[in-house]
Write a protein that binds this ligand. Structure first.
Ligand code: NDP
Length: 452
């Protein structure tokens, strides 16, 4: 069977599964990648695997009406994209951000299928959220929004059905309110959400998991490519949220030198290494600007977005050995990739979902920059989420050491798996294609075995 990616995108547009570019970008990337195994495997054709895998099982959309502090009724949109449950119950985060729409969530849910498959754990792919912006809202407003959101969502989730977690704008506070609402409405105390606080069923190391996992993955990647370790190396990190902070923390633990971070307003560069305690204190309140850092650490440099060179993010123009993109989608474009190359960067790893544009990835692959794609590199968060589900199901609580050890093992296995895939399919250093092939094959084979 020959995949015609453009034809499939056309079909998706017609069937109105999604209307915009992020989802199609993600689908195109996967379809181009899996050509070698699909072209050679007639059984995928007979079972129409490609059409089935790019079509979400269901997209749930709902209205969320909530009361603000002035007792005015506010309305937002809520979504849950349950994309595929071939390998296990739907699993994927909830995002609260003004940019949330069906397109973004479809892309994230689609990516989640293959990421979850790569972990080797029994979980399917989903994503959800709302265009609600928790930034600038009072605690009570966030609580009222979460309660209203769960009034709708609780009909579609369950510990063996769909288990949402956090993502951008949904941290421990939001998960707590959502879990409280679920418990009150159903009288059931069960592992229906992950990312909970330890006191009510959360897992040790869940907040740290994605960032730590990114670093564990990178260390293994370097080892498998006979490259020197991160110890003593200059590293760039974008973002200053959950993923970025714990990537920086683990880099400090292993003796690397993380020198940057960013948010939607600007970039911070501290050549002596980011002072993590100071950064955490500043970012306890998301409203705070990174500019505050420079008031304490006067040698650090803050550059607001308005001062960026045209079509570039100044962060990626700082010389480094390794760059970790941990903020958001499409935050690293071809100009940024050229800057990294020019400044001698040897490794780029994605902590965020799809932070590099396709043209940027092209530059990395063509110029021997070792590139760790999100699907593989940032799977640590969902892996520990699955550990949380296991602990909830067996009414146990594992120690931090135990969870951390399992996390390390999972990240090393993912890296080893895609490395072996590059060898098996003669892909050189193309870990993007390898991650897509390895993730896809497991789901496709299970789909065939399960029948229509
Ligand atoms: P957070 O909301 O905790 O942090 C996001 C960070 O990115 C914030 O510092 C935010 O700044 C910054 N940011 C947002 N938009 C931009 C922009 N346009 N330019 C520069 N910075 C920006 O989210 P997470 O850290 O949890 O998630 C980050 C990424 O990692 C997302 O792509 C997410 O899907 C992915 N991911 C997260 C996992 C997790 O476990 N948390 C698991 C796997 C993937 P500001 O505060 O100004 O908006």
């Amino acid at each position: 069977m020959k995949i015609d990616a453009k034809q499939i995108i056309k079909h998706l547009s017609k069937s109105n599964c999604s209307t915009d570019k992020n989802f199609f970008q993600a689908v195109m990337e996967v379809l181009e990648s899996v050509k070698p195994i699909v072209d050679d495997n007639e059984i995928y054709n007979t079972n129409n695997i490609i059409q089935r895998i790019v079509t979400p099982d269901r997209v749930i959309k709902f209205k969320v009406a909530w009361l603000d502090d002035e007792n005015k009724v506010q309305i937002n949109r809520g979504y849950r994209v349950q994309f595929d449950n071939t390998l296990g119950p739907y699993k994927g985060g909830l995002r609260f951000h003004p940019t949330v729409n069906e397109d973004i969530l479809s892309f994230l849910a689609f990516e989640q299928i293959f990421k979850n498959s790569l972990t080797g754990l029994p979980i399917g792919g989903a994503k959800g959220g709302s265009d609600f912006d928790p930034k600038g809202k009072s605690d009570m407003e966030v609580m009222r929004f979460c309660k209203s959101f769960m009034v709708e969502l609780h009909r579609y989730i369950g510990p063996r059905v769909d288990i949402p977690a956090g993502d951008i704008g949904v941290g421990a506070r939001e998960i707590g309110y959502l879990f409280g609402a679920y418990k009150n409405m159903t009288s059931r105390y069960e592992g229906v959400l992950t990312g909970k606080q330890i006191a009510f069923g959360g897992s040790n190391i869940r907040p740290e998991a994605t960032g730590y996992g990114v670093v564990y993955f990178t260390q293994k990647l370097l080892e498998l490519n006979n490259m020197s370790s991160l110890k003593g190396k200059i590293c760039l990190i974008s973002g200053s949220g959950n993923v970025a902070i714990y990537t920086i923390e683990k880099l400090h633990h292993i003796g690397a030198i993380p020198v940057s971070c960013s948010d939607s307003r600007g970039v911070l560069y501290d050549k002596d290494g980011i002072d993590l305690d100071l950064l955490k204190t500043i970012k306890k309140d998301r409203k705070n600007s990174l500019e505050l850092y420079v008031k304490t650490k006067t040698k650090a440099i803050y550059t607001p977005v308005e001062d960026f060179h045209k079509n570039q993010n100044n962060l990626w123009d700082i010389p480094c050995f390794c760059a970790f993109a941990c903020a958001t989608q499409n935050e690293l474009n071809k100009n940024d990739a050229k800057n990294l190359l020019k400044n001698g960067c040897k490794v780029v790893v994605e902590g965020a979902n799809m932070p590099s544009t396709p043209k940027a990835i092209d530059i990395f692959l063509k110029n021997d920059i070792l590139f760790g794609p999100a699907k593989a590199a940032n799977a640590g968060g969902v892996a520990v989420s699955e550990f949380e589900m296991s602990q909830n199901a067996s009414m146990q609580s594992w120690s931090s050491e135990e969870v951390d050890k399992k996390l390390q093992k999972t990240m090393c296995n993912i890296c080893e798996n895609i490395h072996q895939t590059t060898i098996k399919y003669k892909l050189g250093k193309n870990y993007v294609q390898a991650a897509n092939i390895a993730g896809f094959k497991k789901v496709a084979d299970a789909m065939v075995a399960l029948g229509v």
